[in-house]
Design a protein around this ligand. Structure first.
Ligand code: ADP
Ligand code: G3P
Length: 502
């Protein structure tokens, strides 16, 4: 029998849990996916059932391990990648969550963040974390839960309840409580982690009133995360790689050189540029984040996060019933040269980078009697590309680097029309790789490095291959005019949820 040469990636996303088995050449051998419920108990709140996340993740893992193309003995290791920032708090003894998971999109802590800002904490928090005082990040969610749940803080101090992001929750369940850990990339999204030392920071814990005893140990992104517990599918397999999904995608896109960037078009859009061992403090409202930490050495990235991207396509399909599929939306959008002057700002969950306004709300400007379905569909795709263009502009200003190429991935990167709009706006090459499941691939690569299946990153970089390159078409001034109109529309969407009618 040959040596173990397969890697199992567990990709726990915002809307679905996936398991993908890759071979040593980075090709998919087996795939399984399950969607799970999204809960919106109040305006601006978004919750998941952590037990359902675990159940769906376990189900897809079981499914791929039972696939005819996979034998357990051929699997070398497991890599975990996950929706980031989402908070789970659970009881150590029973392993049951004490509350619904508070999802990264949840805005319930907007007022808490505003209060901290008004009390003058923003500058210190940004300096320590590379992030901002925004409800997006785990820390404010944990502070909220500790405050709102009677007795929880005391139990946390006694080590009876534990906290974690989704990677930590899955690790706990997979190892049956043997491992309470996270990796450096996930930790860097919590608002509790010092970005330079990559350790929990006392000043931040004090500000958010979070007991240290409930937090996981921070480990390298590739290495020992324990083994799958007896009685579970894959029992005994080593878990050897962990990274937040956007950092995993940066790794899966082989962005190993300083200045290389990728944009993932999923529910949201996440543009990350690798900046090497040095972290670049943003002057343009981007985030600094840990890309990964290998052998104790962190690599950093600049990140721009857009909260609603592919989700706008789903909204147009499911709520507006404009189309019956994302593919149809893309086709209709491609049937017209422009959106007829209409601009959608999909600020359904506020605006992320570089605008950072939790009180912004969606708006559709410039509608006329002549605006038809195709134009509306085009405006949906343009809104995704325009938000990404804002990020890209901020990133080039921050880094001082001129981007020649943007590597793309994620569900919506399958739309040729969207990719063309993106290339038109940016003027750089937009390059789609053959393998667009780069998040899962990145987790598999990290796990493979963790168990020594690949000796170095050069071997991995050699596997990356492009499928299609999009370059700017049409006159630049038209694209620039669209971008200018977008800025005007964004200004009008801002602060909507805070203003009264007077
Ligand atoms: N052909 C397409 N054109 C435009 N958007 C698409 C297309 N296919 C998928 N999408 C969008 O991509 C998103 C799914 O991408 P995925 O990477 O699976 O997201 P996530 O990991 O955030 O759940 C959905 O929001 C969907 O609307
Ligand atoms: O689940 P995704 O792919 O939408 O990614 C979510 C991000 O990690 C949130 O920061």
């Amino acid at each position: 029998m040959s040596d173990p040469h397969l890697l199992l990636a567990l990709d726990q996303g915002t809307t679905s849990s996936r398991a993908i088995v890759f071979n040593k050449s980075g090709q998919k051998v087996a795939v399984a996916q399950r969607e799970f419920a999204q809960h919106y108990p109040r305006p601006g709140w978004v919750e998941h059932d952590a037990e359902e996340i675990w159940a769906t993740q376990l189900a897809v893992m079981t499914e791929v391990l039972e696939s005819p193309d996979v034998t357990m003995s051929a699997v070398a290791a497991i890599g975990i990648t996950n929706q980031r920032e989402t908070l789970v708090v659970w009881d150590r003894a029973s392993g049951r969550p004490v509350a619904p998971a508070i999802v990264w999109q949840d805005r319930r802590t907007a007022d808490d963040c505003a209060r901290w800002r008004e009390a003058g904490h923003e500058e210190q928090v940004t300096a320590l974390t590379g992030l901002r005082l925004d409800p997006y990040f785990t820390g404010s969610k944990l502070a909220w839960l500790l405050r709102e749940t009677p007795g929880l803080r005391e139990r946390a101090k006694r080590g009876e309840v534990l906290a974690g992001t989704i990677d930590t929750w899955l690790l706990w369940k997979l190892t049956d409580g043997a491992v309470h850990a996270t990796d450096a990339s996930n930790a860097s999204r919590t608002l509790l982690c010092n970005i330079d030392t990559v350790a929990w920071d006392d000043a931040l814990l004090a500000l958010m009133e979070v007991p240290r005893a409930m937090l996981p140990e921070i480990r390298d992104s590739a290495g020992d995360f324990g083994r799958v517990a007896d009685g579970l599918p894959g029992a005994g397999l080593p878990i050897a790689g962990v990274a937040g999904d956007q950092q995993a995608a940066l790794f899966g896109q082989a962005c190993f050189e300083r200045g290389m960037a990728k944009n993932t078009y999923g529910t949201g859009c996440f543009l990350l540029m690798q900046t090497g061992a040095e972290r670049v403090a943003s002057a343009n409202n981007l985030l600094t984040t840990v890309a990964w930490r290998l052998r104790g050495r962190p690599a950093y990235a600049l990140e721009g996060s857009v909260f609603v991207a592919g989700a706008a396509v789903q909204w147009a399909r499911d709520e507006l019933k404009l189309v019956s599929s994302a593919e149809e939306l893309s086709e209709l959008a491609g049937s017209v040269p422009d959106a007829g002057g209409s601009i959608l700002v999909p600020a359904f969950a506020g605006l992320g980078a570089p605008h950072w306004d939790p009180y912004a709300r969606g708006t559709w400007m410039g509608l006329t009697r002549g605006t038809g379905r195709a134009q509306l569909c085009r405006a949906v795709l343009e809104s995704i590309a325009l938000q990404s263009a804002d990020l890209m502009q901020a990133m080039m200003q921050d880094s001082g680097l001129e981007l020649k190429e943007l590597r793309v991935d994620g569900g919506a990167s399958r739309s040729d029309v969207l990719m063309q709009i993106q290339a038109d706006l940016l003027g750089c090459e937009v390059v789609r790789p053959q393998e667009t499941e780069t998040t899962a691939l990145g987790a598999a690569y990290l796990a493979g490095l963790g168990v020594g299946l690949w000796s170095d990153r050069e071997e991995i970089a050699a596997q990356w291959a492009q499928e299609r390159v999009f370059v700017r078409e049409g006159e630049r001034f038209r694209h620039d005019a669209l971008w200018k109109d977008w800025q005007r529309a964004v200004r009008r969407a801002k602060a909507w949820a805070r203003e009264d009618d007077a």
